[in-house]
Write a protein that binds this ligand. Structure first.
Ligand code: CO
Length: 388
């Protein structure tokens, strides 16, 4: 749990001006929660979660509301501490098991796009505690005209945030693989989650015969149509190779780069390890086959054939050391040391070719992105990508 905001009860509008002068900034928003009879006035870092706690001034909008009764009894002053949680129902059960009484059985809609519950102050040292859970705005999908057909891009985060392009792995999609990270990054970036050609929602595009360069050209096209400024880039696995190809070809478009689980210099043995399980997916891996049909729709068999062909050609299509040496963006190369497909030596080698690179080896981590500790990984990579 992290401190999200501090609530202060006020009994006259002059106190808003007082806090404006004190903090040297205007409120970033005001919002009435009519059902609770309260007007909220927020100060802080644009409401960016996880950056720094905010101040929430609370003004009664009618007599007899909870905040009006509080002001009658105690006058203006410190009202509550609010902690951000990621699963409020679970935390309600958890605090109840600790003998702390929630003031409601279920979370209610609160200000600032949150679901909230208050805890009984008699059980928490006389301090009123609020638990808040952010409710995500559903991401928007847009289409860009790629060189081989339309490409689907999930767009989220503030319109004026620094751009971040996020690329998933082979046979994956934004929704399946990278959205969990995007949810942690969209508070501070304008995030573009590109579904690679033939994948996910980019169904109008075939990936047959595509190379790193073709996928890189798709990403460059998406950046050109959406970003409007040099962008941070994150890629996982195949998406990481694409990100490296973009940064090598167009250093001017890439401000910072993070790649995870990457290998762009494949051996024949690595190809066999990867395409073996893809040969007869329906017979050998029926659960995976169903999943692929869900993610990519009826064209999933074509996509598997496309990705198999792409993979089999990889030993002849290295991204060369000379290409990697052209990458000028500060780069974070991360890798699990238990990656079943690519030895961590690939990551070390990639890191050594890039002028301004750091290496981040995660102990015990296998290749699938589902194994990541999302909170700590997103924090580390997000901090790296936003470092000025
Ligand atoms: Co509050």
């Amino acid at each position: 749990m992290t401190l999200d905001h501090i609530g202060i009860a006020i009994d006259q509008p002059a106190l808003i001006a007082l806090f404006e002068s004190l903090l040297g900034t205007a409120p970033y928003k005001t919002e009435a929660v009519e059902r609770e009879g309260v007007q909220t006035i927020f100060f802080g870092d644009g409401g960016t979660p996880g950056v720094a706690p905010k101040l929430e001034l609370l003004e009664a909008t009618r007599d007899g509301s909870p905040i009006a009764r509080h002001l009658d009894r105690r006058g203006p002053g410190l009202h509550h501490l609010a902690f951000e949680v990621d699963d409020i129902e679970r935390h309600i059960e958890r605090v109840r098991a600790l003998g702390i009484r929630p003031l409601a059985d279920a979370p209610k809609p609160g200000a600032d796009g949150k679901r909230i519950v208050f805890l009984h102050p008699k059980d928490t040292a006389g301090v009123l505690v609020e638990l808040v859970e952010s409710v995500r705005q559903p991401p928007r999908w847009v289409e860009v005209d790629g060189p081989a057909g339309p490409l689907a891009v999930q767009v989220s985060g503030p319109a004026d945030g620094p751009p971040l392009l996020v690329l998933h792995g082979a046979l994956g999609s934004t929704e399946l693989e990278t959205d969990r990270l995007i949810q942690r990054w969209e508070s501070r970036f304008r995030v573009f989650g590109l579904d690679l050609r033939g994948h996910g929602r980019s169904v109008g595009t075939t990936a047959r015969g595509a190379t790193w360069e073709d996928n890189a050209q798709d990403a460059i096209t998406a950046l050109g149509q959406l970003a409007g400024a040099p962008s941070a880039l994150f890629g996982f696995s195949m998406g990481a190779g694409v990100a490296l190809a973009v940064a090598a070809r167009r250093p001017d478009l890439v401000s910072r780069l993070a790649v995870h689980g990457v290998n762009v210099q494949w051996t024949d043995a690595e190809v066999q390890g990867m395409v073996g399980p893809m040969r007869d997916i329906e017979a050998d891996h029926p659960f995976w086959a169903r999943r692929l049909a869900e993610i990519h729709g009826p064209r999933w068999r074509d996509l598997v054939a496309d990705v198999t062909a792409f993979t089999e050609a990889l030993p002849d299509h290295h991204i060369l050391d000379a290409d990697l040496a052209r990458i000028s963006a500060p780069t974070l190369v991360s890798h699990g040391d238990s990656d079943r497909f690519f030895d961590v030596r690939h990551a070390v080698h990639t890191y050594r070719q890039i002028a301004d690179a750091r290496l981040y080896v995660i102990p015990g981590l296998d290749h699938p992105i589902q194994g990541l500790d999302v909170a700590s990984f997103a924090q580390t990579v997000g901090d790296f990508l936003s470092d000025p």
